[in-house]
Structures are given as C-alpha cells and as structure tokens.
Write a protein that binds this ligand. Sequence first.
Ligand code: 5GP
Length: 114
Amino acid sequence: MLTDNIFLKIINKEIPAKIIHEDDVCVAFHDVRPVAPVHVLLVPRKVIATNDDLKPEDEGIVGHLHLVAAQLAGKLGLGKGYRLVINCKEQAGQTVPHLHLHLLGGREMTWPPG
Ligand code: 5GP
C-alpha cells in the first residue's frame, strides 16, 4: 500500500506528468485518474509521508501548498469554488506515501464525502 513513492519520481522527472506549477517548495500536476474536471495534485518537494508526519518546521510548506492551490484554482477557472483534500493514511484512502493536496473542481461537490 503505502510503499512506492511515485510522486518522488515525478518530482525528480524520472517519470512524466502533466506539471502545471513548480517552485522551490512544491510541484503541482494533473492527477492521472481525475475524479473531477479539474483534479490537480500539489506535492511538496520534501518527502513527508503523511499529514501525521508533519513537523513544526513544515508549517510553511503546508501554508505554501494552500496559497499555490488558490492561485492555480484561479488560473484553472474555479472561481465558483473548489475542494482541497488531504487523505491521511490507508483508512482515509491515501495510496501514495508522500503528502499531497488534491485540488478538485469543475463540478458540484457533495457532502459528506464517501
Ligand atoms: P491518494 O489516494 O494518496 O490521496 O492520492 C493519490 C493520487 O495520485 C490518486 O488520485 C491517483 O490517481 C494519483 N496518482 C497515482 N499515481 C499517479 C501517477 O503516476 N501520476 C499522476 N499524475 N497521478 C498519480
């Protein structure tokens, strides 16, 4: 389950992805199996396995991911709204052991999530 860090390979350009943003802190790319018209993953360059593994010094990374998500949402035409999701560990549906923010939009969202 949470063993193969495919995102690190994307960050290191060892495998391809549709990258839409890169900076010193994070990389953002389109999800290969989108569940919404817009489905982007925002991934810190630093390897942090899950949300539970965040350290106090990572506070800036998380804030940065949210700010970039807001910028990308604007660029991708999500002015009417979008959803940001972090799945933490297996029971919540996390499959890649590298912290990531899902940016989802372009359709009506339901609540509660499944
Ligand atoms: P999680 O389930 O860990 O919260 O989210 C992992 C996401 O990564 C899933 O939505 C899945 O479709 C996506 N994903 C898995 N492997 C790849 C890949 O090789 N390339 C891209 N672009 N997305 C991937």
